[in-house]
Design a binder for this molecule. Structure first.
Ligand SMILES: [Zn+2]
Length: 434
């Protein structure tokens, strides 16, 4: 089968790879119809220290049709159209049962609590082959696959898989409540979606910080008040615009694309302590320093390299709350599917560019070197399987919603319900008992 693999730092290649097969009773094989490259993948591909093995199939966001299931997969059958959670989870362990799928004991086994097992990742993150391929093996398919309603297009499903589910999770993580003032640092696809989710959760003001005009323009279109971190100090501007109080919630959505938020040419002047910090540290210091007293800092996305410097003294002095983690896709992906169906999130606000899988090497270089104005890049194994146009689907969704307002209302209530699991369910106190 054809697949897109990591060739060398910053480079992809399209190659013939062995067909996947069922290895365990809870596996499924999925025929991929559309797969995308996200910020986490770009970190694995571009960072020579990320540890990705050359020849690894890349990609964590995909939609497709179930081709084959193991005997323990009882909720899916051949032909079902599914979106794949970017991280796998067993659904059985104490963490999965508490809603902490990103901390699944089964997929973390032997890796010393190093995070969830991801598709297309280095050995330290599970080492599973990725999803940019004609077919993929999906472990724990009963939990890792989410069946899609017909109204959601393939393009929408790919955007919901990681970006929108992570954004909705991050808005929960940041404890955003009605009336809050929020700052989102980093306006890549995740930051843009987080702006929309923060507003949906009732934030009255959302600031967006980045140093690229095109990203700031998209954030502004989504309702954010924008701050150009290449031209002004985000902390000073945020203080100034909030009567010196600061923001209630700060979110680090910079991900691996740190240069977009805190480039090396700005960090020394804009960093609160004036030191030559790494860009990631600059973003976190900004976020901490921009917070009002008793505010909340939310940290998500992939971390690597030298340890970041979160100023603990500042957190204590201001009674700040720091919350961190990976998205629990099994909880949040179905929620954003409901929000999309109800017309409450406009997935088309963040454009997706699709290329044939055969063009992967060239397309990735163009994306990486900012030669094209693409926010998000997806690949299609077969040109005949063109996903439905998003605009058509949105129209159909609205028509359906208009025709059944009561059902939509109930659906939205469910979707908006705070689904973040309790902070310390009693069962987690003794994970070794399970
Ligand atoms: Zn588990």
């Amino acid at each position: 089968m054809q697949a897109i693999v990591f060739d060398s730092p910053g480079r992809l290649a399209t190659r013939e790879m062995p067909e996947p097969s069922l290895l365990h009773a809870s596996d499924a094989i999925v025929d991929i119809q559309l797969a995308a490259i996200g910020g986490t993948d770009r970190h694995f591909i571009d960072d020579p220290h990320a540890g990705l093995t050359p020849g690894t199939i890349v990609g964590r966001e995909a939609v497709g049709l179930v081709r084959e299931t193991g005997r323990d997969v009882r909720n899916l059958s051949g032909g079902d159209r599914v979106v794949i959670c970017p991280a796998i989870a067993c659904g059985n362990c104490v963490y999965c049962r508490a809603g902490y799928h990103a901390q699944c004991n089964a997929t973390d086994a032997g890796r010393q609590a190093s995070g969830p097992a991801l598709f297309g990742a280095p050995e330290t993150l599970g080492g599973l082959p990725g999803l940019c391929a004609e077919r993929a093996r999906v472990p724990y398919a009963h939990t890792t696959l989410v069946r899609l309603p017909d109204e959601i297009s393939n393009a929408e499903a790919v955007m919901l898989a990681d970006i929108w589910s992570s954004a909705w999770f991050t808005a929960h993580l940041a404890e955003i409540r009605q009336g809050d003032t929020v700052a989102v640092f980093g306006c890549g696809p995740l930051g843009q979606a987080t702006v929309a989710c923060a507003l949906l959760r009732g934030a009255s003001r959302v600031f967006a910080v980045d140093r690229h005009e095109d990203r700031l323009a998209r954030a502004r279109a989504l309702g954010a008040e924008v701050i150009h971190s290449g031209e002004e100090s985000p902390v000073a501007v945020l203080r100034d615009l909030t009567d010196g109080i600061g923001v209630d919630r700060a979110i680090d959505a910079a991900g691996s694309d740190l240069s977009a938020t805190a480039g090396s040419d700005t960090q020394q002047t804009a960093c609160p302590d004036g030191s030559a910090e790494q860009p990631r540290q600059s973003v976190q210091l900004w976020a901490m320093d921009a917070l009002a007293k008793a505010g909340t800092l939310a940290l998500t996305g992939l971390w690597s390299g030298p340890g970041a410097s979160v100023p603990i003294a500042l957190a204590v002095a201001r009674n700040l709350t720091i919350r961190a983690g990976f998205c629990h896709y099994r909880i949040y992906l179905p929620k954003v599917i409901e929000l999309c169906l109800a017309g409450r999130i406009d997935v088309s606000a963040i454009p997706l560019h699709t290329e044939p899988m055969a063009n992967a090497a060239e397309a990735y270089q163009q994306l990486d070197q900012h030669q094209r104005p693409w926010s998000k890049l997806a690949f299609q194994p077969a040109p005949t399987e063109q996903p439905a146009a998003r605009t058509d689907t949105t129209s159909n969704t609205n028509t359906k919603a208009d025709a059944d307002a009561a059902a939509e209302s109930a659906q939205l209530d469910d979707a908006l319900e705070d689904s973040f699991p309790a902070s310390d369910p009693p069962s987690i106190a003794r994970p070794g008992d399970h």
